[in-house]
Design a binder for this molecule. Structure first.
Ligand code: 6PG
Length: 468
């Protein structure tokens, strides 16, 4: 009785979060329909900790002290609704249900409303950091009713990753704010993963770098301003040998990528709210193109291309790629953060981007040294519409701009796709263009569809009879 917290779904994530809470002195009850998962829980926590597993929803709910705090760690979609339905008969006014999965934010909006009708507070909370993060310190992105967050705060702050003693969790905003922020986190994750993969591709396929050279390069990047979790694991991946063949494992892995959908959702909603995120769009596209292996194989024979192999030393290539990577990474974060800025207005989330960058500094998949620079940028100017307008970041981007252009040219010459490098640069170039050729597009629209246009020299809406 009087357990501090409840967790539904004792798969890897649920179980690890539960054990993390128990480590921090909280008593936690777990619910899972799988009797074995429920039963084995108690043996996993040591004697000092109070944990209890059950398969019975009523018993589970009654174990938790009021107002209850219950977190769901079940697959997004129908399973979430099914669990809510099974708990609902036993829940009472003021209780809190937290969905810790990668739920679609519109689903969360619906559930917030459905449960609010019974005075139950529903939170959508993104959790990042994978299995290890869940066990030893994730980054957590909760959104929902601000007052009821106080009931969750001590537990979440205790189990979250810490950076300089500060927990990587904070109340983010209203409604589905937490799911939306996690969705964009994943979009950024997709684009940075693709940026790293393109670096690997051009250097390996275009300039015959060995895995060892690439491994060393990424490991040294990780000691620089590029320090980040995704670079760190890339270096580790590149040195792993296959146990059976003794070859590098990465070269034996199929190049057909899978995706669970959060990157796609980021792009879809970005289009909806007119927040351009071309690098995320292309990162999703590249995973999709990777599926057409047979067609790619066929086309590779039709369109063989042996790009000119200008003599560039490996040292200068690596130096240029390092600066270009920094540039690309900044452009990607700028796109994602701008999407959050626009979404916060569109959906009335009330996001504080300094807080978002603060809780992304540790625990999550996109944690990186640059997040501290972003936090400072938003601290200095909470209304900053785009990271590209921050003066400190701008001075770095200006230094790295030349390298970025030379690297993108290399991809074009070699015939190796650099979709995310290319779009990261295009986004930058479009954003810094005072004039764009969209005046011509407006004229074309008016020509064929009488869609009208505005002028730069006088007020009003105009239409022209273009044909003589
Ligand atoms: C995280 C990850 C996590 C998961 C992704 C993978 O932050 O811990 O983003 O949520 O690994 O959903 O996404 P894909 O399967 O779509 O690549």
């Amino acid at each position: 009785k009087d357990f501090d917290f409840g967790i539904v779904g004792l798969g890897v994530m649920g179980r690890n979060l539960l054990l993390n809470m128990a480590d921090h002195g909280f008593s936690v009850a777990g619910l899972d329909l799988d009797a074995e998962k429920a039963a084995s829980l108690e043996s996993e926590a040591d004697d000092k900790h109070t944990v209890k597993g059950t398969t019975n929803a009523k018993e589970f709910v009654q174990l938790i002290k009021k107002p209850r705090a219950i977190m769901l760690l079940v697959p997004a979609g129908k399973p979430v609704d099914a669990v809510i339905k099974s708990l609902l008969p036993y829940l009472e006014e003021g209780d809190i249900v937290v969905d810790g999965g990668n739920s679609y934010f519109e689903d969360t909006n619906r559930r917030v409303d459905e449960l609010a009708a019974q005075n139950i507070h529903y939170f959508g909370m993104g959790i990042s950091g994978g299995e290890k993060g869940a066990r030893f310190g994730p980054s957590m992105m909760p959104g929902g009713d601000e007052n009821s967050y106080e009931r969750l705060r001590p537990i979440f702050e205790a189990i979250a990753a810490k950076v300089n003693g500060e927990p990587c969790v904070t109340y983010l905003g209203r409604g589905s704010a937490g799911n939306y922020v996690k969705m964009v986190h994943n979009g950024i994750e997709y684009a940075i993963m693709q940026l790293i993969a393109e670096t690997y591709d051009v250097l390996k396929r275009g300039f015959e770098f060995e895995d060892d050279e690439l491994q060393n390069m990424f490991a040294s990047w990780n000691e620089s301003e590029l320090q980040s979790y995704l670079i760190e694991i890339t270096a580790a991946i590149l040195k792993k040998d296959d146990e059976i063949t003794g070859k590098r494992l990465v070269g034996l892995i199929s190049d057909t990528a899978k995706a669970k959908g959060t990157g796609k959702w980021t792009s879809q909603n970005a289009m909806e709210i007119q927040a351009p995120v071309p690098s995320i769009d292309l990162a999703v596209n590249m995973r999709d193109i990777s599926k057409y292996k047979e067609e790619r194989t066929q086309a590779s024979k039709t369109y063989a291309w042996h790009g000119d192999s200008e003599n560039i030393s490996k040292e200068s290539l690596m130096a240029n790629f390092k600066d270009a990577f920094y540039f690309g990474m900044l452009s990607i974060y700028a796109q994602g953060m701008a999407q959050l800025t626009i979404a916060s207005k569109e959906f009335d989330y009330g996001l504080n981007l300094e807080e978002v960058t603060k809780i992304w500094r540790g625990g999550c998949i996109i944690r990186a040294a640059v997040l501290e620079d972003f936090r400072k940028a938003y601290k200095a100017n909470p209304k900053l519409p785009n990271l590209l307008l921050d003066e400190n970041l701008a001075s770095k981007l200006n230094v790295h701009q030349k390298a970025m252009r030379s690297v993108v040219k290399i991809g074009i010459d070699k015939g190796i796709p650099m979709a995310v490098y290319g779009t990261a640069l295009t986004y930058f170039d479009a954003y810094r263009s005072e004039t764009l050729p969209t005046n011509l597009i407006q004229a074309q629209r008016d020509y064929f569809g009488a869609h009208k246009y505005e002028r730069i020299d006088k007020e009003g809406i105009f239409h022209t009879e273009w044909e003589e």
